[in-house]
Design a protein around this ligand. Sequence first.
Ligand SMILES: Nc1ncnc2c1ncn2[C@@H]1O[C@H](COP(=O)(O)OP(=O)(O)OP(=O)(O)O)[C@@H](O)[C@H]1O
Length: 862
Amino acid sequence: MPQKTTETVKVMCDSALQQINLFKPGEQGSLPRTFTFDVIYGEDSHQQQVYDECGFSLVESVLEGYNGTMFAYGQTGCGKTHTMMGPASSLDDKALNQDERGIIPRTVRHIFGFIDASEKEKKFLVRCSYLEIYNEQILDLLGKNNAVNLQIKEDPNKGIYVKDLTTVIVKSVPELEKILFAGMKNRKVGETAMNKDSSRSHSIFTIYIETAESVNDGTGKQKIKAGKLNLVDLAGSERQSKTHATGARLDEAKNINLSLSALGNVIKALVDGVSTHVPYRDSKLTRLLQDSLGGNTKTVMIAALSPADYNYDETLSTLHYANRAKQIKNKPKINEDPKDALLKEYEQEIKQLRALLAQMQTQGATGQQMNQAIMAMQNNMKNQLNQGFKVEESVDDLIKRLEGQGKRIKILDENENDQDDEEEQVKPKKGKKKQQVQKEQTEDDDEENQDQVGEQEQSQNQVKMQQKLKELEDLEKEKQNLNADKERIQNELQLKEEKLRIEAREKENLEAMIREMEYKLVNGGQALEEKEKEQSQAYREYQKKLKAQRKKQKQLLEEKRKKEEEMLGVERQYLDLQDEVNDQRIVIEKLKQKYQNALNEIQDFQQEQQGDREELLDTIRQQSLDLKFYKRLVKMLMKDEEIAKIKLKSQYDDNQNDWIVPPFILRGKEVTLPSMKQNGYKVMEQEKDNRDMSIEGDDSDDDLLNDRRMGVSSGLFGQQSKGGQYKQQYQNEYNDRPNQRGRIQINAPQKMNQQTQNVPIQMRWSQIDSSINLNLNQASNEYNSGSQSHLMMTPEPSMLTKNSKANALLAPLDKPVIINSNALIQGNNGASGGQKYTIPSIDQLQQLKLQPLNHMPRKKQL
Ligand SMILES: Nc1ncnc2c1ncn2[C@@H]1O[C@H](COP(=O)(O)OP(=O)(O)OP(=O)(O)O)[C@@H](O)[C@H]1O
């Protein structure tokens, strides 16, 4: 969706013909490149229109049980996030610009609107998950730890899925929106020269909808359908020259461009008609979208364009991308009665719980039996959920967790207070008891006083008194017996009460579980007034009509195009010659136009390929420099045997696309490998903290740091002593690879003066005799004598020994050897020692029509 711009508009949208015309800047009067798509939106179109025409029918399909994917593709800053999400300010419930909301918030409303308008008997289970792919890592935007790189798995029933991805059950628009906004806040966004809030990751918000409805065959059976909707906001392709990205932004851009070019390769392979292999595994993005591209999913691609002439190349590339994607044929199918449907599991659980409750009420099952049954059921459910997804937590819990832990601490404090309160309440009770005991004591004392008075009276009648005493003793005994009986009865009563309490609690638990299970499912026909239902139905009908109209319009356009095609070949009966001439002229004009279009297409394609190649080579070159730096660093820190030992214990993980390196510690002369289970990585980090690093000399100097970033070249020519050391190391490393073939690139300066700009020229190694000798002394001498010319090689500087064999031969094919030297090109005739070889001059190289490569980083003058 083009955004308004003050620059010259070079994109014309023809919505009626569903065509987009792109004019090349500087080519006045030339024919535009024309592309036809299902729908075209100019800068005056509205978000509602985009949703009605692109989103609505896809969401309806998902509600019918299809899988759907909608993704926005395009150059950075073109409006992908705007189209998918809309401006952040529009998402608020009270926002005045709610009509600017994008596809995702509209989808959320559509889904629950549909549920509310469906029959009451229908049951729905709605869940969602939210992930981002950042620097080729899959991060859970709703997860407890969103720095963990999750793994992609494949299962015959579930298809491709992300292991341990958090999914949350939602029952209403506000709940789903809360989750969405909380996840959005975790997304990686950064400022670039082209977009203040540029998405630095690809994000996938997935909504899973399961529907259960009774089959009308009198068996009471239910039909379950499960649809899944992926709403994808891709990060935009970007050129470093425009975004001026450096550091982390540049790393992100490299990863973004690589994954987008992997997506492009998948699309190409799917439509070129010759590829037998589709490279889905080349990136996490293509792997996750595998079902959406050529699989069983209904997919809508939205191409966002910039209309500015400044972005002509990127706009053309996006249009080609979309044009190819348009040709992909998917085979969508409804997911009926899927084995892993959660709704089915929940329904079964509810049934079983109800049966248990009934049993408890009629047969009086014991609390212990109940407990065991509930525990078994809960475990069973957890296992089922764990097979694919993490066990869901409630929306409120999740939001609380995402907002931080503060609330929980507060709740704990409150509980503590509650406890204190309870104790406070207990205290007065204890006091009362004490008072009562004191009272009883006083009463006893009174009795004693009275006895004393009686004693005086009874002194005259001792027998009587003794009898009385005996009676008292008997009474005391009886009292003791009664107390013992009372205690026993009390204990029995307590036990009975406890038992009753347990049973009541179990029953309550059971009922709560049933309530909770039922709560997770949403019944159709809720909350809506009859009038709202009618409106919703009318809107749906209108959408259907609109869809039918669009289909008809498309058919008519197609017929018109076909007729025009036919006209070009039809022989007509002409009444006079002039008519025939006129018609033929029109036919010729049209054929000319077609021919020109085809030529343009070929030219665009070649340019695009060249652009892609340059971008990729640039990335390879950058990565090769990084790799060299890390290699150098590791070699400075560790011995070859140590590296070998650790490599032996390491494994390459295809799923993670990364090395799993076990923890290790460098201590004195030994390498210790602490077990991963025993917190090995933590131990390793502590060891690292204990080490102090010191660098000899004034190595903090910026220049030196820069030179180091460039890799080994900094050490090669600047100081002979260092150079010698490096040479020796590299020679050792590569001399034992005699049979690997490689290629050589010569980056030749266009003009032979010191301010030259490099025009790199590629020459395949196969054009050079594999046993040549190169005399490179001249290059290094020239360098050392202070000339601007220099020689830089990656990654095999062993070539630089005097009269050395061209060890570039030994370079593996994926690591190009780069020679950048004036001297090499000029003083090239004399190979020494045996065979002769002449490196071609620039003219000769150019005559070979070898394609120029990208600009190479120039090395600093030392
Ligand atoms: N159709 C539009 N109408 C109004 N504003 C728009 C439109 N499209 C884009 N914008 C604005 O342009 C800016 C960049 O858009 P957005 O962030 O959506 O680009 P993007 O393609 O997602 O970029 P990136 O790939 O860098 O994430 C935003 O401020 C956005 O609001």
